[in-house]
Design a protein around this ligand. Structure first.
Ligand code: B1M
Length: 217
């Protein structure tokens, strides 16, 4: 039963049926499925299928956009269930998708989980320049800069963010976190960023840990 529901969510997302996806997600929650399960095995599974077909050239940008809209509709329903309760932290984070990159679904998930942990989040949106990340961190007194990238051609911008932060003299006060499909631990180390996390939930946990560490320092 639960597999059937999750497969149906994935299938309707691939067809871009936002309204049906919303209904299915609501029903799945009512049936007792966890928000995490619905996100990973329903919505994200569907989005990954779309990604594969996009790569093969069997679906095109308009189909991907309607699927992305359906994904967002489903995530909206899950939002209050995903944002963890209990541990509340204090700290300010600026987040964005790096320059040249317009993908924002993963970035929005990370933002949501950070807010769920009680952190204040300044959302810089997509196509964010290294200067904007660093200037915002300085002007708004952020403890953390979060950079997301989905394209292999834009992930290099993250290295620029690290360099600009060094040049601005904030490297000891501000932690730089990176993530997104093409990013990994080795890349994070190579560019001198502070933390790579593979998903939104672990990004939020790491951000909370950094805020505690910086307060204790
Ligand atoms: Co694009 N796209 N896309 N796309 N797109 C990918 C990324 C691609 C892998 C598809 C493919 O070929 N299989 C491919 C990149 C190939 C590469 O670089 N190696 C690709 C391409 C090529 C492109 C274009 C160049 C296509 C074209 O125009 N020819 C173009 C680029 C536009 C641009 O950005 N300048 C393009 C455009 C688009 C759309 C606009 C149509 C749409 C984006 C809509 C939107 O975001 N509002 C789109 C989509 C939807 C995708 C796929 C299908 C799905 C991405 C997604 O939202 N996944 C994607 C294929 C895929 O990923 N399977 C693809 C769901 C999301 C929840 O996952 O963002 O990975 P993700 O986030 C995860 C983790 O990565 C992590 O947390 C999330 C999970 O909890 N995470 C972080 C993300 N950021 C983090 C930050 C952190 C920590 C964790 O700390 C700071």
């Amino acid at each position: 039963m639960s597999n059937e529901t999750l497969n149906e969510i994935s299938a309707q997302l691939q067809r871009g049926r936002a309204k049906i996806v919303k209904e299915l997600v609501t029903n799945a929650l009512e049936a007792g499925l966890s928000a995490e399960e619905i996100l990973n095995d329903g919505l994200m599974a569907g989005m990954n299928e779309v990604g594969e077909k996009f790569k093969e050239g069997t679906v095109y940008v308009p189909e991907v956009l309607v699927a992305a809209r359906a994904m967002n509709a489903g995530v909206e329903i899950l939002k209050p269930h995903l944002a963890a309760e209990g541990v509340k932290a204090t700290g300010r984070v600026c987040i964005g998708t790096v320059q040249g990159d317009l993908h924002d679904i993963g970035k929005n998930l990370v933002k949501m989980m950070l807010e769920g942990k009680g952190l204040e989040v300044i959302d810089l949106g997509t196509d964010v320049s290294p200067d904007t990340f660093v200037n915002t961190a300085v002007e708004q007194d952020c403890q953390i800069i979060c950079c997301s990238a989905l394209l292999t051609t834009t992930m290099g911008v993250m290295e620029e963010v690290v360099k600009k932060a060094e040049a601005a003299g904030i490297r000891d006060k501000v932690r730089i976190m990176v993530g997104g499909a093409p990013v990994d631990e080795a890349f994070c180390r190579k560019i001198g960023a502070d933390k790579y996390t593979p998903d939104a939930a672990s990004a939020a946990d790491a951000a909370v840990a950094f805020c505690k560490e910086l307060k204790g320092a």
